[in-house]
Design a protein around this ligand. Structure first.
Ligand SMILES: *[C@@H]1O[C@H](CO)[C@@H](O)[C@H](O)[C@H]1NC(C)=O
Ligand SMILES: *[C@@H]1O[C@H](CO)[C@@H](O)[C@H](O)[C@H]1NC(C)=O
Ligand SMILES: *[C@@H]1O[C@H](CO)[C@@H](O)[C@H](O)[C@H]1NC(C)=O
Ligand SMILES: *[C@@H]1O[C@H](CO)[C@@H](O)[C@H](O)[C@H]1NC(C)=O
Ligand SMILES: *[C@@H]1O[C@H](CO)[C@@H](O)[C@H](O)[C@H]1NC(C)=O
Ligand SMILES: *[C@@H]1O[C@H](CO)[C@@H](O)[C@H](O)[C@H]1NC(C)=O
Length: 502
């Protein structure tokens, strides 16, 4: 795929034609403020609120998020004048996607160097300043190097895991969940990830499980199998009989990915994202804009899980430690970040895995739902030296699950390790809780973090382990209660169900 795209770009140069177009988008000013939408989400996801779990419909959300008619008209006219092509307004009325000649002078040069991953923000053209919040382009029209998939092969501590051992530990039933028309969950995939149904069927057959329906929205080609098979094999086997959507995008772009989710009717209610990389590799404005996409999905009643990463605290340093570098998009305050544990081979107790991504965002402030838990942790536990992390940042992860030595079938059996194993595992358990709720005519869970922190325990509190990176002076220790390596701990079905039933 990479060589095909580069070849096409080279061809344009050879022909001497300056028509090379670059994909861009604008995030428009909505009818309501970002603060209003934040307050709406909190009112609908905080236990005790009179509007708890009263989710918005897509039509209602769009009435808030769409730009004014005057702005939409002005932006479309401006794009037309500048020869933009493939112009498309997003389904919530606050994004415009387009292609434009690379040479167009309407956009001034970016003030910061191009990020390693994702899109780059550009200054907003002066004449659109009242209508446009952010402008983005796909970086320089060349393919992005795939981010590290959050799964790593090698020798990892802990017992091997499969759907049966996980179900036994977390007390999850093997019974198929109630069949509810059009009820589904989804996995996010990017950059040429692919799966074959036959691999998933072989996995289910080995464990005596039913074959479940997998639907595809977006590409399923490209020849990378490491993440897709892991995600699907665990999310569909633990949440037996729920339809699972493969929601894929070529680029690591959560604005496009959210459009993809919104195009599925009814929308999947639990979403599992096992992709990410250190915040330092991304553009700040891109992360802020894409975080608002997760907020929209929460307002619509979806629960989003995001792997906290496999690099422990992370580090911006190459030869020395630098500063810690927590994983985006797990650091978005609108997702539930999932860390990793392993089952000690002697005692069978869960221990926080040293690779489990955890720490404090350098971009997002700690949301109110988390502040007391963070305060407890930072005031009672020995911490790494203060210059390495951002005190006051959003703490990750929120929760954890087993992550090590998962049996995976990908044209042969092997094991995979990483928070990308923990994430679909936790997501599937929440899908089971959602299915119970929907079969009782209750609303879906939606954004669960305020509820999780208000209850404070979800099953097993993981109290040992440290995520120090080699070359850095220290990592974060696990301890009683929330900590920056295993969050609030790992689930026991009945305890998590009771916590979320509030
Ligand atoms: C496990 O689930 C069963 C059936 O739902 C329940 O009776 C039992 O109390 C649960 N055990 C634990 C440890 O939560
Ligand atoms: C389920 O989805 C299909 C296809 O979108 C639709 O035709 C059908 O009416 C839906 N059923 C229910 C019960 O919502
Ligand atoms: C699942 O599919 C595989 C391959 O099609 C088949 O061999 C197996 O019997 C199926 N399992 C069940 C429980 O239907
Ligand atoms: C990103 O935001 C952080 C926190 O506000 C700031 O320290 C950093 O300099 C910003 N980076 C860029 C490239 O703007
Ligand atoms: C913080 O610690 C206090 C005292 O141990 C405890 O009562 C409270 O529940 C803790 N809060 C959170 C959010 O963990
Ligand atoms: C973490 O715990 C270990 C002992 O278990 C201790 O030596 C260390 O000082 C603690 N704190 C940090 C920041 O590593």
């Amino acid at each position: 795929m990479v060589s095909v795209t580069l070849f096409a770009a080279a061809l344009v140069c050879l022909l001497g034609v300056s028509v090379q177009a670059v994909e861009m988008s604008m995030h428009l000013v909505s009818k309501v403020s970002p603060e209003f939408l934040h307050a709406e989400l909190m009112a609908r996801s905080t236990p005790g609120s009179s509007r708890f779990r009263q989710h918005m419909s897509q039509a209602e959300l769009k009435r808030h998020t769409e730009a004014s008619d005057a702005c939409t008209t002005a932006v479309l006219h401006w794009l037309d004048t500048h020869g933009a092509t493939d112009v498309r307004v997003g389904s919530m009325g606050d994004h415009v996607f387009f292609s434009i000649a690379q040479s167009d002078v309407a956009f001034s040069a970016p003030s910061a160097p191009a990020p390693r991953f994702g899109r780059q923000s550009l200054p907003v053209p002066h004449d659109l300043a009242d209508c446009v919040r952010y402008v983005f382009r796909a970086t320089s029209g060349t393919p992005q190097i795939p981010k590290k998939r959050n799964n790593v092969k090698g020798n990892f501590p802990g017992m091997n895991q499969d759907p049966l051992t996980i179900a036994a530990r977390y007390n999850v039933s093997h019974d198929p969940i109630p069949v509810i028309a059009n009820f589904s969950q989804g996995v996010a995939e990017f950059e040429g990830e692919q799966f074959y149904q036959s691999n998933i069927d072989a996995f289910n057959t080995r464990y005596g499980l039913a074959n479940n329906t997998i639907e595809v929205s977006g590409p399923n080609k490209g020849g990378y199998f490491g993440e897709g098979n892991l995600d699907l094999e665990y999310i569909q086997s633990i949440a037996a009989s729920a339809t699972t959507w493969w929601i894929a995008e070529k680029d690591f772009d959560f604005t496009k990915w959210t459009e993809n989710v919104l195009s599925i009717h009814p929308m999947p209610l639990v979403l599992s994202i096992s992709w990410g990389s250190g915040e330092s590799g991304f553009d700040n404005v891109t992360m802020e804009s894409e975080s608002e996409e997760f907020r929209k999905l929460g307002l619509l009643g979806a629960t989003i899980f995001s792997a906290s990463g496999d690099q422990g605290t992370g580090t911006t340093g190459f030869f020395s430690c630098g500063t810690f570098d927590p994983t985006w998009p797990a650091t978005s305050p609108y997702v539930t970040a999932v860390g990793g544990t392993y089952a000690n081979s002697q005692t069978s107790e869960e221990v926080s895995w040293s690779g489990s991504g955890g720490g404090f965002s350098t971009v997002f402030a700690a949301p109110s739902y988390q502040q007391s838990a963070i305060h407890n942790y930072t005031s009672t536990t020995a911490l790494p030296p203060a210059e390495y992390f951002t005190a006051g940042g959003r703490g990750v992860p929120d929760v954890a699950a087993l992550s090590n030595n998962f049996e995976v079938y990908s044209y042969g059996w092997g094991t995979e390790t990483g928070t990308s194993a923990a994430t679909p595992t936790f997501a599937a358990i929440v899908t089971r809780i959602n299915a119970q709720r929907l079969s009782q005519q209750k609303p879906s869970l939606g954004f669960i973090n305020p509820t999780l922190y208000s209850v404070g325990h979800i099953g097993f509190d993981v109290v040992s382990g440290n995520n120090q990176v080699s070359g850095c002076p220290a990592g974060f220790n696990a301890t009683v209660g929330w900590d920056a390596i295993s969050g609030l701990g790992t689930p026991v079905f009945g305890v998590l169900d009771a916590a979320l039933s509030g």
